[in-house]
Write a protein of this length. Structure first.
Length: 95
């Protein structure tokens, strides 16, 4: 399994645009924070890669229950943060 470490900061929201999203488990992000965290789920890694291929913008939202392995939109909090990915570090698999 691949892991990535991200550093994020808040940026301006473009309401008419769609952004790749990462569901956060047990972590809440606020505007103006700089934060490093691991990305493990395949769908989240794909969202980060999509962001890096574009404007480096990523929507982060907390999932309601951390135990949900494959969260759907109904499993997410309604409010999140638009973040700019500053750095990605790919870590070796730790199986």
């Amino acid at each position: 399994m691949e892991q990535e470490v991200l550093e994020i900061v808040e940026t301006e929201v473009k309401a008419s645009q769609e952004y790749p999203m990462v569901a956060l488990r047990g972590l809440v992000v606020f505007p103006q924070m700089n934060l490093n965290f691991d990305v493990n789920r395949k769908i989240s890694i794909q969202a980060v890669e999509e962001a890096m291929n574009g404007e480096q913008l990523l929507f982060l939202a907390k999932q309601i229950y951390a135990s949900t392995e494959e969260p759907q939109m109904a499993d997410m909090e309604e409010i999140g943060v638009l973040a700019r990915v500053r750095q990605i570090t790919r870590l070796p698999n730790q199986n």
